[in-house]
Write a protein that binds this ligand. Structure first.
Ligand SMILES: Cc1cc2nc3c(=O)[nH]c(=O)nc-3n(C[C@H](O)[C@H](O)[C@H](O)COP(=O)(O)OP(=O)(O)OC[C@H]3O[C@@H](n4cnc5c(N)ncnc54)[C@H](O)[C@@H]3O)c2cc1C
Length: 320
């Protein structure tokens, strides 16, 4: 099917929904690189920027009915999209309504950018999300990943997880029904949740925060941003997808790559960061093929020298 035929089929399939898809809002052959933190990736046949959770659900339901493959993109912070792009429908989740109640209950659509939610809750004096400042993510991506960061300075003695403040979320289940589910359903693990194993989509989420002194919360924001800034390449200058390989407990994927002497090594415009060997950066015109070749090179070097198999943490999506 051509992109135009896919768009027509999606509109036809959504005709019976209460708010059918608007054909004018479906972009054809739309480049996806601008919607990823790596700034890499070919076009989506059809791209929709969903403005509400209802629109997100309608688009997925229509794609299923029309037999068109679909993919939900948040901030694109944990994906490498292939140079030939993604067939079918890509829904960029920009559903960003959110509310903060007097008892510290926060409700948010899943396309809200975490940074916005962190700042809004900190300004209102609610604690729980401040640990995740500076991590590029939507709320939906944060639940998919079980977003994590170190506990506040000076201790930094443990990893904190978004699961700790999670109350419930509404999903569009793989089977097509909308329902509210709790933490038992999500099965939060390390970089793992039910969303890695089922094609459920988070539509909105509820978090339970606790009262705190905004001055202390602002201190944590500053310390966390400073900590990250001194250890990670700066995303605005050197686009990346964060850690490229999964953590190896007690060893560190980055340390192994570093010990192979690979910091600064590049394939095309993809480079192993000089300051964090588990992060690959785009020096300007890197392709997905460059990144894949660099990933393979690092894997082979680590395997040969140390015997460890590095597993990519970032999802390789679409056609390469
Ligand atoms: C510079 C940098 C630093 C990072 N630091 C950290 C860190 O400290 N801690 C950490 O935990 N992570 C970190 N990450 C990884 C990244 O921020 C997380 O994986 C984040 O949760 C991705 O969210 P996203 O909205 O960008 O998802 P995307 O990358 O757009 O999508 C990732 C996956 O989630 C799925 N998804 C997205 N939205 C939904 C939804 N609504 N429902 C179901 N599935 C959905 C997508 O389909 C895809 O499979 C970092 C990344 C970068 C680039």
């Amino acid at each position: 099917m051509t992109p135009a035929q896919i768009a027509d089929a999606l509109v036809a399939a959504s005709a019976s929904e209460s708010t059918p898809l608007d054909r004018r809002r479906l972009q054809l052959s739309a480049p996806l690189a601008p919607y990823t933190t790596f700034r890499i990736g070919g076009p989506a046949d059809v791209l929709l920027e969903a403005q509400t959770a209802d629109e997100l659900a309608t688009a997925i339901t229509a794609a299923k009915q029309a037999g068109i493959s679909w993919f939900v993109l948040g901030l694109g912070a944990n994906v490498l999209i292939g140079d030939r792009g993604i067939r079918g429908l890509v829904i960029r989740n920009a559903a960003a309504a959110h509310t903060i109640s007097d008892d510290g209950t926060v409700w948010s659509e899943s396309g809200t950018i975490m940074q916005e939610l962190v700042l809004d809750t900190v300004r209102a004096g609610w604690s729980g999300l401040e640990h995740y400042i500076g991590i590029p993510s939507t709320v939906g991506g944060a639940l998919w990943q079980n977003l994590h960061f170190l506990s506040p300075a000076p201790e930094r003695e443990r990893t904190m997880f978004i699961a700790e403040v999670f109350a419930s979320c509404e999903i569009l289940a793989e089977e097509g029904d909308r329902k509210v589910v709790d933490a038992d359903y999500i099965q939060f693990g390390y970089d793992d949740t039910v969303f890695h194993h089922r094609r459920d989509v988070v539509l909105s989420a509820t978090f339970q925060l606790t009262k705190a002194d905004p001055a202390r919360l602002h201190q944590i924001l500053q310390e966390n941003l400073s900590w990250r800034g001194s250890r990670h390449p700066w995303l605005q200058v050197h686009p990346s997808a964060g850690s490229i390989f999964k953590k190896i407990e007690g060893v560190g994927a980055g340390r192994l790559i570093d010990q192979c002497g690979l910091k600064g090594f590049r394939v095309g415009d993809a480079q192993i960061s000089h300051i964090h060997a588990n992060i690959l950066v785009n020096l300007g015109h890197a392709t997905a093929a460059d990144v894949r070749a660099l990933v393979a090179h690092a894997q082979a070097a680590v395997k040969e020298r140390f015997g460890y198999e590095l597993q990519p943490e970032v999802g390789f999506i679409g056609e390469f």
